[in-house]
Design a protein around this ligand. Structure first.
Ligand code: NDP
Length: 286
């Protein structure tokens, strides 16, 4: 059994280089660069790392990236006011509010306040509805990154059984929809699923987005299956691991993403693509 380790880092790097070239061309023609504004509220260390990599990626792609770091005491009203200002700011193409937000802020209200055409995370109800109705939509970055990995590794999808473990709005539900659009037969498993192992063993494509290290082991994987590990977990000694026990799983899978270096970098690359696309639709409307 050939087991391929899917190099998300390298694939993401190529995608960002492509975007950088496209940005260069259009920015000269149009006299301005794409701009992404990233808002972070509070001091969550993981969130701080993520926003830093997002801003670094904008720089790499030749875009403007603004980091708006707000104290955790910021009121919901204040945050909504900042978002409304960015909605109206003609220089801003994309707005991203890093989740989770402090408990006193209603995440859904905040997401709802972002102008749908600047909603680069694709979390606004209008974009969610558009995705599920097969209308042009901004699609969430992680699921799109997963589809790009499957595409670039030439993974056959039509007629295959895809099992998605996890049903969040951010990963599980949208990736299930995208796999369905590619004519997979899709099963969504979650914390109440009975006999997870048996269901996983039936998967030709197994996408795991839970947030529990070692949830999926080699004996839960069909020989030759493609395994996409979305999970990001920190071990006691500070190492990053996924939801899949890479050691045992990589011996059975036909192809598997590592953590780190799999889905994570693809998420960022897709954020750049979404930002670029928001920019393109805005300049063509100017
Ligand atoms: P959520 O916590 O929102 O959702 C987790 C899902 O896993 C839920 O649907 C939950 O089920 C399910 N679940 C929990 N325990 C089990 C179990 N024992 N067996 C089966 N299913 C279970 O997480 P997210 O979707 O936001 O994120 C998932 C993971 O992916 C996290 O580790 C996160 O850090 C990572 N992540 C990585 C990204 C990247 O770019 N690489 C981007 C986004 C997330 P139920 O609905 O029943 O509670």
């Amino acid at each position: 059994m050939g087991n391929m380790i899917i190099d998300g880092k390298q694939i993401a790097q190529h995608l960002k280089e492509e975007i950088r070239e496209q940005v260069q061309q259009l920015a000269t023609q149009n006299g301005r660069k794409p701009r992404l504004d990233v808002i972070i509220v509070g001091e969550n260390p993981a969130s701080k790392t993520y926003v830093r990599s997002k801003i670094n990626a904008t720089e790499f792609c030749g875009m403007d990236g603004e980091l708006i770091a707000l104290p955790k005491t910021t009121s919901q009203e204040e945050l909504l006011r900042i978002i409304r200002d960015l909605n109206e700011n003609e220089a801003v193409d994309g707005i991203l509010v890093q989740l989770p937000l402090p408990k006193h802020i209603d995440e859904q209200e905040v997401i709802h306040a972002i102008a749908p055409e600047k909603d680069v995370d694709g979390f606004h109800p209008e974009n969610v509805a558009r995705l599920w109705l097969n209308q042009p939509a901004i699609v969430p970055c992680t699921p799109m990154g997963i589809m790009e990995l499957l595409k670039q590794t030439h993974t056959p999808l039509a007629g295959r059984h895809a099992v998605v473990v996890g049903r969040s709005n951010i990963v599980g539900k949208p990736i299930a929809k995208l796999l369905l659009d590619e004519n997979c037969t899709v099963t969504i498993a979650h914390s109440r699923t009975s006999d997870l192992a048996q269901i996983c063993r039936e998967a030709d494509i197994l996408v795991v987005a839970v947030g529990r290290s070692h949830l999926i082991t080699g004996e839960m994987i069909k020989p030759g299956a493609t395994v996409i590990d979305v999970g990001i977990n920190r071990t006691e000694d500070g190492k990053l691991v996924g939801d899949v026990d890479f050691e045992s799983a990589s011996k059975v899978a036909g192809a598997i993403t590592p953590v780190p270096g799999g889905v994570g970098p693809m998420t960022i690359a897709m954020l750049m693509r979404n930002t670029y696309q928001c920019y393109v639709s805005r300049i063509s409307n100017e």
